[in-house]
Design a protein around this ligand. Structure first.
Ligand code: IMP
Length: 450
């Protein structure tokens, strides 16, 4: 950590920051959260599960965090998994073990809400089954059991981390759930005992991590400690505000931070939306700026756009300012963290989608209806590209002029300034725009890791 300092703003009260995805996920939240962690005492994940894959590079070494908050690579920082997250104990333990193998000890630094719901083996089966049943209308899920676990939560039959402390009650619930699954799935003869035995075994490791996370965070705030709220997936994958039904099953948008952790809205001092300098999406559903040609492949190759969790190739397209403006509105974004600018290095021209053309009309607002979105054609504005590289730039004035003009246009058309610009995967390959940070984030972001 080099403790590069940024002019502090006027605020003296400790304030907290939310960092979330403002596109279709995979925006580079892991890097941004890791980078900003030195300013915070606690990093708290508020939704999603191990469908997320937050990639962090430190000194060229790659870490993929799925459930564990991306602040974990900083010694002394506490990481919290909120009640809004769905936890697969097997995946969580595998991640803890991977970190231990890399010399990162989570002991007394990682806590899980006792209200977080568990993903059980039958959820994974049901995820696959539900996709198969949807046929051509499949969502393209990550097959991790995320949707079925949230379904059980909403249907009030889910099993929470805290339930592991009551083996008798747990047995009854597992029996009901496994039997229900056997009725639902043709030819299924899943047995209760192995599911229960595994869970009771896992309880010994999971229960010591369980906490009342809302109480923990509110006590911490009263004691003047700073929290970063970490979102997973992205605004357009949000269950309410995303491109329903082609979405994940949780609130990736800012409201999820309050409900997924048990903190009030005033706990959130500012919101940073992470966006790529272009657009990607994994899974099914409309993507207005999708490029199915050589340019799409060029972005995929240079951006290494393959899923961190499933390895699936990501669909790639130009920056969609209609979608980002929508993300800015839904989340009340104060600033953007613009990532992967370097992926555009060497392109002759770069397009930006400024509006949609739909049924003979021009749309400047993101439509609510997925069928309408699917029928939209992007309206592009073309900008000249740049030949000298942005890769690794650490200062805004190091960027080629055309790249600066591109960033300025994205800010203007998205309606939000870029406080952070990422020019490579390593922590140091980042531009911190002190003027924007001071104006929009005040004392929130003072120093970064290196
Ligand atoms: P699920 O979250 O596995 O149910 O998948 C629902 C949709 O969200 C699918 O289109 C997935 O590809 C997408 N999705 C889920 N998690 C992520 C993520 O972390 N990044 C990008 N897309 C995701």
């Amino acid at each position: 950590m080099d403790g590069r300092t940024i002019a502090p703003g006027q605020t003296t009260t400790p304030m907290n920051l939310a960092v979330l995805g403002a596109q279709w996920g995979d925006e580079g939240k892991g890097k941004v959260v890791d980078l900003l962690t030195p300013n915070f005492d606690i990093v708290a994940r508020y939704q999603g599960g191990h469908n997320a894959g937050h990639t962090v590079y430190v000194n060229g070494r790659k870490f993929v965090l799925r459930l564990i908050p991306s602040g974990m690579l900083h010694p002394g920082v506490t990481c919290v998994i909120g009640n809004g997250v769905v936890v697969d104990p097997t995946a969580l333990f595998a991640e803890i073990d991977e970190l231990a193998h890399a010399g990162i000890d989570v002991t007394n630094r990682l806590f899980v809400s006792d209200k977080a719901h568990l993903i059980l083996p039958y959820h994974r089966d049901l995820d696959l089954l539900s996709e198969a049943r949807r046929g051509e209308r499949k969502i393209g899920t990550t097959s991790r059991g995320i949707g079925p676990a949230y379904e059980d939560k909403i249907a009030r039959r889910g099993i929470r981390v805290g339930d592991l402390a009551d083996p008798a009650g747990l047995e009854k619930n597992i029996r009901d759930n496994v039997n229900a699954r056997n009725r639902l799935v043709h030819d299924s003869t899943m047995e209760v005992e192995p599911v229960l035995a595994t869970l009771l075994d896992q309880a010994r490791r999971l229960l010591p991590l369980a906490r009342d996370v809302s109480l923990m965070l509110n006590d911490a705030m009263r004691a003047g400690r700073r929290i970063m709220f970490e979102g997973a997936q992205g605004t357009l994958l949000d269950i309410d505000h995303g491109t329903y039904p082609y979405v994940t099953s949780s609130n990736a948008t800012i409201g999820g931070a309050c409900t997924g952790l048990g903190v009030g809205p005033r706990a959130i001092g500012a919101v940073v939306g992470v966006v790529k300098a272009y657009t990607t999406r994994v899974g099914e559903g409309p993507l207005p700026t999708e490029l199915s040609d050589d340019m799409g492949q060029r972005l995929r190759d240079s951006g290494n756009e393959y899923g961190a969790v499933t390895g699936r190739p990501r669909r790639c397209g130009w920056y969609d300012a209609v979608a980002v403006r929508y993300g800015a509105r839904i989340n009340g974004l104060d600033a953007l963290a613009l990532t992967k600018l370097d992926v555009l290095d060497g392109l002759e021209r770069i397009d930006i989608c400024t509006s949609y053309r739909c049924g003979g009309k021009t749309l400047t607002e993101f439509p609510s209806d997925v069928a309408q979105l699917a029928a939209c054609e992007p309206v592009y504005e073309s900008m000249p590209g740049w030949t000298s590289p942005t890769k690794g730039a650490r200062r805004y004035d190091e960027l080629p002029e055309a790249a600066r003009r591109y960033v300025a246009r994205l800010e203007e058309i998205s309606g939000v300034p870029a406080a952070i610009i990422s020019t490579g995967s390593d922590r140091g390959e980042t531009i911190l725009r002190q003027d924007v940070i001071a104006a929009k984030l005040g004392s929130l972001v003072l120093k970064t890791g290196d």
